[in-house]
Design a protein around this ligand. Sequence first.
Ligand code: ATP
Ligand code: MG
Length: 299
Amino acid sequence: MSTPLDLPGWRHLYSGKVRDLYSPEDPSDERLLVVASDRVSAFDFALEPGIPQKGALLTALSRWWFDRLAEGSDPIPNHLVAGEIPAEVADRAMLARKLEMLPIECVVRGYLTGSGWAEYQAEGTVCGIPLPAGLQNGDRLPEPLFTPAYKAPMGEHDENITFARTEELVGAERAAQLRDVSLAVYRRAAALAAERGLILADTKFEFGVEPSTGLSAGEDGVLRLADEVLTSDSSRYWDAEAWRTGSTPAERMASFDKQIVRDWLAAHWDKQGTPPALPADVVARTAERYAELLHRLTA
Ligand code: ATP
Ligand code: MG
């Protein structure tokens, strides 16, 4: 794990696999500085080396999506607040409200791939949800699916859970809200991505509420989209044209995300012990794809 930065006025609070959180030295200040590093994780493992410029690219993508989603007739509240960001991390940090995070990774899948494809081949289901027979890797699902996971504490692996378990964890009302907002945000983002020739295959949201307002939707705690949103770390993006015309899974799922890292790791590591260092060409190709996604979405 990298050493925390010395940022005047801020103290290091927590480091996740990718982001470092800092709180203001003034304890009455309820904000958080969320700094995205160049670290990359796959299968919930932090890998070496980092991907150059990744922290800045993720931050630019998150900001762009937070802004898009805050527009229009159905604005989605988010965790961003205005204020001064230390110059040293200006391109890779966001100033946020410190929220009580809900322990749910809100995954939405519009297409069948990854762990969903593996489960479908074995069981005919994705996260226990039955699907029609005959689907191929990379196919579009009949409807986008909300497939929540329990956000495990640091060092443990996230675990897929049923909707009933989600209701037990956060209450029925909040669970329904998480599902409905996640599906709505996915549909909106997928439509916008499609205008730019991109398929948003799947994505993962994290939500929080302000601590004083409590966790229940009934207690009027505004649900805010937090952490990162619709980035190439939290989502799978494919080229729409390649998906339509490709004949192999690799051709169809020409990805703008860390699939390159996942594929390399799956071929060179059995997930036991310390993962091997990523070779320079995997790092370079991943960096290129991240940059290209930002360009295609926002240019
Ligand atoms: P991964 O997301 O890859 O599973 P991780 O959860 O270990 O990794 P990071 O994403 O690197 O961690 O770290 C960000 C941490 O900050 C997460 O625990 C996330 O829930 C938390 N977080 C993000 N936004 C806020 C916010 N506004 N208030 C409080 N905590 C936040
Ligand atoms: Mg995270």
